[in-house]
Design a protein around this ligand. Structure first.
Ligand code: CP
Ligand code: NVA
Length: 309
């Protein structure tokens, strides 16, 4: 087990499956109002360069439910890489806190934090990836099917941080991952290559969303312009024309297809209002499960029972 969670590929398939088991147990206890103070007295520092609702609230609530506490550091307070270097911040926070969760622009910054922190560092999204999101999404998928064998996930849209984590997941767990991205918006080739090389999953990139969603169990989408790309929004709207997840597109998937979106969504762009609110949508289950999977991540990395400590 690594000290940190920076990418899904940091962990083995076994470790990821164990995480799902732990999350299921914590979710069940939570539903039964059973206390589980696994991190009593522990403090998580949360460093934000970008906005967040789900990540911030689910980590803060999660720490409280585990008997610990979270300290939020907003961009203006900490100025990572500007007011102070990531390496100095990592070493100071390690003297006060038992773990660090960070949401940053540059992926290099989180690697720097992890390298210099004495405590576990959890990636709460960078420009490059979003591991907690896709671990929560896979856990959500396991709530409606027994395993990953035979699962087909179709992702429609930008080859962004969310897709990189989906590709990382496909390098550790066996499923079919078919993407449809407009030309010029593919995921990074080395991430695709590494996932294909792992030899576990059927990974393909299409231009036509209808080809990608054929017989899909899950149709997934995300915003066309991610945080930090706001100025490109209009240009991207034109480039992504035809990549909207709407009812017509879903008709080509399995009858019981589930629709997923990491949120926040731009209704009317990458997904229609009626699909978001429709019978196939499980977007709010996904959002809830960020809480349960992240509690499992916190317990795994910060818990006193960690096997290798
Ligand atoms: N999906 C997600 O990470 O949401 P936030 O940006 O609100 O944290
Ligand atoms: N790709 C999106 C994900 C938000 C959770 C972004 O980076 O803004």
């Amino acid at each position: 087990m690594t000290k940190d969670l920076i990418a899904i590929t940091d962990w083995t398939g076994r470790e990821i499956r164990d995480l799902f088991g732990l999350a299921a147990g914590l979710k069940d206890e939570n539903k039964r109002c059973k206390r589980h103070p696994h991190l009593e007295g522990q403090i998580l520092a949360m460093v934000f360069q970008k906005p967040s609702m789900r990540t911030r609230v689910s980590f803060e609530v999660g720490m409280a439910q585990l008997g610990g506490h979270a300290v939020v550091l907003s961009p203006s307070e900490i100025g990572i890489g500007k007011r102070e270097s990531a390496s100095d911040i990592a070493r100071v926070l390690s003297r006060y806190c038992h773990g660090i969760m960070a949401r940053l622009f540059g992926h290099d910054l989180i690697l720097d934090l992890a390298r210099h922190a004495a405590v576990p560092v959890i990636n709460g999204l960078t420009d490059f990836n979003h591991p907690c999101q896709i671990l929560g999404d896979l856990f959500t998928i396991l709530e409606f099917r027994d395993g990953f064998e035979g699962l087909k996930v179709s992702y429609i849209g930008d080859g962004n941080n969310v897709v990189h984590s989906w590709l990382n997941a496909a390098a550790r767990l066996p499923f079919t991952l078919h993407l449809a991205c407009p030309e010029g918006y593919d995921p990074r080739p080395e991430v695709v290559e590494n996932a294909v090389k792992a030899g576990l999953s059927d990974i393909r990139i299409f231009r036509d969303p209808r080809e990608a969603v054929r017989d899909a169990d899950v149709v997934y989408t995300d915003v066309w312009a991610s945080m930090g790309q706001e100025e490109e929004a209009e240009k991207r709207k034109r480039a992504f024309k035809g990549y909207q997840v709407d009812e017509a597109l879903l008709a080509g998937a399995k009858e019981k297809v589930r629709v997923m979106h990491c949120l926040p969504a731009h209704r009317g762009d990458e997904i229609t209002d009626s699909v978001m609110e429709g019978p196939h949508s499980i977007v709010f289950d996904q959002a809830e499960n960020r809480l349960h999977i992240q509690k499992a991540i916190l317990v795994t990395l910060m818990g006193k029972n960690r096997k290798d400590r």
